[in-house]
Design a protein around this ligand. Structure first.
Ligand code: CS2
Length: 472
């Protein structure tokens, strides 16, 4: 018997199991997306799907994987359809996403990306290429596409960076303008005038799809879906009101996107509280051999630590006054039993993530004469995790652009916390330049690392014994 796979031919068979959107998907996409990972499918593409369902046909997506063809190919086989499970302790809800109308792979067909950006119907470009993706390749794709748009006398665009970087839009704008300037000053002027780069904060926890999720999708749909995903019910998109077409503000707001004058307070809270705690738990979970974030917060010592981290060291520095509510909501989201968000997924590329997640909280404390002990503990746990073996002796892979260097250092200085901390503190790309001026910080990291080595991570956590408001 041949297996039936999700796609146009399977829609009739699944209609009584899931709501199939009725909008036409044959037209020209209005959005180009770069970085076709799980996050885009579960976040921006859900918003675009809602806009399309509401009858606005300008939000179909031409989505490109940057390098790996697997997701683009799976979606192409399924005519862009994929199911999303939104899970909570109270039950699951499934939706069918139909916003992705075309797919491609940027590495092997950059011409397609240029042509898509320069297509008359294109109004938006969204980007999720991860922290390490903000380099030459991205600039070249965007600038060439924009150059062609200009040559064809087409209008400008909105280019929305949706990665976990502070001031993501400003940063992308600066690097695109610099790349364009090298090529042609008139092109740089045209981009400055016609292309908007709103800053944005995106939030939804989207673990890589597990075999369990794919099986659940098949059970729910009655057909196989190789592009299915699981996520949480919660999502948030806060975007700066800076669009090539000002009417987009209202269209997006009608679907629950928050359009604001200043994204900074939201972005700062999210990067430091959610992502900062995530990276701390990813390191601690790796060392302890705990597979998922929900396992970490189920441990009372780790939960107490994360609560204290947010309450004492992260929250009070934020512009967002409602941070205690935000903290409590985050702890509930981390505990979601359906997500099974693997610590090793979050630990991936930690050297690229830490700069946005920890130093912006560490520095203000040091400047005010305090050493934030929990952040020092998190840093020590990360250094310990780089050895690539947990406390039970299980080896794991360090997946990071700096993996070879970091792992070699961690192994060379096993049992020598001060030497390891000294060697690691030289990595300004991770910590920023300013931290090197605070020996008290590095001494606290070395002390925590020594405690972790001697007492085990949980023992060391208990020995920290810091005052904190009671975990709720
Ligand atoms: C996570 C994020 O993998 C990671 O680094 O911290 O992907 C996180 O789940 C999202 O930013 C949530 O919005």
């Amino acid at each position: 018997m041949t297996e039936t796979v999700l796609g146009n031919g399977a829609l009739d068979a699944i209609r009584d199991r899931i709501d199939v959107p009725a909008y036409d998907r044959q037209g020209a996409p209005g959005v180009v997306h770069l970085g076709l990972g799980a996050f885009h499918r579960a976040h921006q593409a859900r918003v675009f799907d809602a806009l399309l369902r509401a009858g606005d046909d300008r939000w179909g997506v031409h989505a490109f994987s940057m390098r790996q063809p697997a997701v683009a190919d799976a979606l192409a086989r399924q005519h862009g359809w994929y199911a999303v499970r939104m899970g909570s302790a109270d039950g699951d809800r499934w939706v069918l996403g139909g916003a992705i109308w075309r797919t491609g792979v940027a590495a092997t067909a950059p011409e397609e990306v240029h042509a898509a950006i320069a297509a008359p119907a294109t109004r938006w470009v969204t980007i999720t290429v991860t922290e390490k993706g903000y380099g030459e390749t991205l600039n070249a794709l965007l600038v060439e596409g924009l150059a062609r748009r200009r040559m064809a006398d087409l209008g400008g665009l909105t280019i929305a960076s949706c990665d976990n970087l502070g001031h993501n839009g400003d940063r992308l704008r600066a690097q695109c303008l610099a790349a364009a300037q090298q090529r042609d000053a008139a092109l740089a002027d045209w981009i400055a005038q016609h292309v908007c780069f709103p800053n944005s904060m995106v939030d939804r926890i989207v673990p890589a799809a597990s075999p369990e999720l794919l099986q659940a999708a098949q059970a729910h749909l009655g057909v196989r879906d190789d592009a299915a995903l699981g996520t949480e019910a919660f999502w948030e998109w806060v975007i700066e009101d800076r669009f090539a077409d000002p009417g987009d503000a209202q269209a997006l707001a009608a679907q629950g996107v928050r359009v604001v004058a200043d994204v900074a307070p939201f972005e700062e809270a999210k990067l430091r509280m959610l992502n900062g705690s995530h990276t701390a738990m990813a390191a601690m979970g790796s060392v302890l051999g705990l597979p998922c974030i929900s396992d970490c917060v189920a441990d009372p010592d780790i939960r107490g630590f994360v609560h204290g981290l947010m309450s004492e060291e992260l929250g009070p520095l934020l512009q967002r006054a409602d941070w205690p509510d935000y903290r409590d909501q985050l702890l509930r989201r981390f505990a979601n039993p359906t997500l099974r968000h693997r610590v090793h997924q979050i630990a991936t590329d930690s050297s690229q993530k830490i700069p946005q997640r920890w130093p912006p909280s560490i520095l203000p404390h040091l400047q005010q004469g305090r050493v934030p002990q929990r952040l020092a503990f998190a840093a020590a746990a990360w250094l310990r995790s780089l050895r690539g073996v947990d406390e039970a002796g299980q080896a794991y892979t360090i997946d990071d652009p700096l993996a070879d260097t970091l792992r070699a250092l961690a192994l060379r200085h096993t049992g020598q916390p001060e030497a390891l901390v000294k060697a690691m503190s030289a990595h300004d790309s991770v910590w920023g330049e300013e931290l090197s001026r605070y020996p008290g910080w590095w001494a606290a990291v070395a002390r925590a690392l020594s405690d972790i080595e001697r007492q085990g991570l949980i023992g060391a956590l208990r020995a920290l014994n810091l005052p904190s408001r009671k975990p709720s």
